[in-house]
Design a protein around this ligand. Structure first.
Ligand code: FEO
Length: 171
């Protein structure tokens, strides 16, 4: 049986993942306004991934007999001073999310909730990927700053990203 405290913490994480989706959707709108459609497409895929993260936790809480309770999603920023500033903010946000996941694991361990701990390991691994992929773009943008045409090339490259929906349960 999952504890009330664990369910509350997972509900908070559903909110954090949905905020992440909201933040990246706002970044997509920012890139659209700058005609950087490749960056915008990358952010759309990132938004969709965050919704998948939220739904994974949503389904897990239900499976364990907990009660999902949705909360208000905070308003994200709408402007950044440059593409680099936006991606630096995304990187900082992913580091924050990693900290939240680590706190959840700590709680699951403290509660001897092995099922939740096991479930959360997917997120532990995912955060390594999330931080790396955003940091790669940050590094590329830093290099692109002094090279004319590099931003255009990077925009084309990021536009290749395709969101792959997870397989339906039971497949
Ligand atoms: Fe759901 Fe980007 O962490």
């Amino acid at each position: 049986m999952i504890s009330k405290k664990m369910v509350e913490a997972l509900n908070d994480q559903i909110n954090a993942e949905l905020y992440s989706a909201y933040l990246y959707l706002s970044m997509e709108a920012y890139f659209e306004s700058k005609n950087l459609t490749g960056f915008a497409k990358w952010m759309r895929a990132q938004t969709q991934e965050e919704v998948v993260h939220a739904m994974k936790i949503y389904d897990f809480v239900n499976e364990r007999g907990g009660r999902v309770a949705l909360k208000a999603i905070e308003q994200p920023p709408t402007e950044w001073k440059s593409p680099l500033a936006a991606f630096e903010a995304a990187y900082k946000h992913e580091q924050l999310v990693t900290g939240l996941i680590n706190n959840l694991v700590n709680l699951a361990v403290a509660e001897k909730d092995h099922a939740t701990n096991s479930f959360l390991q997917w997120f532990v691994d995912e955060q390594v990927e999330e931080e790396t992929s955003v940091d790669n773009v940050v590094q590329n943008l830093k290099m692109a700053q002094d090279a004319p045409g590099a931003l255009f090339m990077l925009d084309r490259e990021l536009g290749q990203r395709v969101f792959t929906p997870p397989p339906a349960q039971g497949e």
